[in-house]
Design a protein around this ligand. Structure first.
Ligand SMILES: O=C(O)CCC(=O)C(=O)O
Length: 232
């Protein structure tokens, strides 16, 4: 990536809290990863689960994706202090699981740890109809309160309490499979219902700056420094 593109990516990320990178993966790669995701869910997840964490631990293909030079190249501009992979998860919205992912910020799942960001890549074309990601641009600059909530699956535990954004502030990311969305762990996001009767597979990989392990990190055996601090 040239200097201007890197600077523009970093500026958009700083302003909006997310950035969309089209065509990071090819359609053929998404096809292969979708087959792999299905196998990971079948062999490692609880029956009927729509979320599986620690994918890179059990899947060389997803391990390779977490470390893929194309992923690292888009992370470098927004992670000047270096890049460390923490963990990844599959989020599968089956045609019969129509509930939306609630509005939340990810840092509520890892309170009192260093800042993180995630890369969300759908393996199916993702639209408002089949459960794509929704984001509130600029919301990463505010403080939010969360309440515990209970989705039927128990997959998402928190929801924003009293979000004061307007309907028109929300961006519904209609994107082709293989597009990546980098987003801050302070960005308000969720996803739409899947009413299309179609699969929606996505992989989300989470990164933070390289540092000595915090107690939280010890639960993530695939963690690995990809760009040491000095080269960030
Ligand atoms: O893929 C989705 O539906 C949303 C996932 C999400 O918001 C998250 O894992 O933080």
């Amino acid at each position: 990536m040239n200097k201007n593109s890197a600077a523009s990516l970093a500026a958009r990320y700083a302003q909006d809290g997310f950035v969309v990178i089209p065509d990071l993966l090819s359609g053929a790669e998404c096809d292969r990863l979708k087959v792999e995701a299905r196998q990971v869910l079948d062999h490692h997840a609880k029956p009927g689960a729509s979320v599986y964490v620690h994918v890179a631990v059990v899947s060389p293909a997803f391990r390779a994706l977490a470390e893929d030079p194309r992923v690292v190249a888009i992370l470098k501009p927004v992670m000047p202090q270096g890049v460390m992979f923490l963990s990844d998860k599959i989020v599968y919205k089956a045609p019969d699981k129509t509930f939306p992912t609630p509005w939340h910020i990810d840092c509520f799942y890892w309170r009192n740890t260093r800042p993180k960001l995630s890369v969300w890549i759908p393996l199916d074309d993702a639209t408002a109809e089949n459960g794509t990601l929704t984001v509130v641009p600029g919301s990463h600059k505010k403080d939010w309160r969360m309440v515990k909530m209970g989705l039927p699956s128990g997959d998402f535990q928190y929801e924003i309490n009293g979000g004061d954004w307007r309907e028109g502030d929300v961006v519904t990311c209609a994107i082709q499979r293989g597009t990546a969305i980098i987003f801050s762990d302070r960005l308000v996001h969720g996803s739409t219902r899947n009413t299309a009767g179609k699969d929606r597979y996505a992989i989300i990989s989470t990164y933070h700056a390289p540092a000595a392990d915090e107690p939280f990190d010890l639960d993530f055996p695939a963690r690995k420094v990809l760009v040491p601090a000095a080269q960030g």
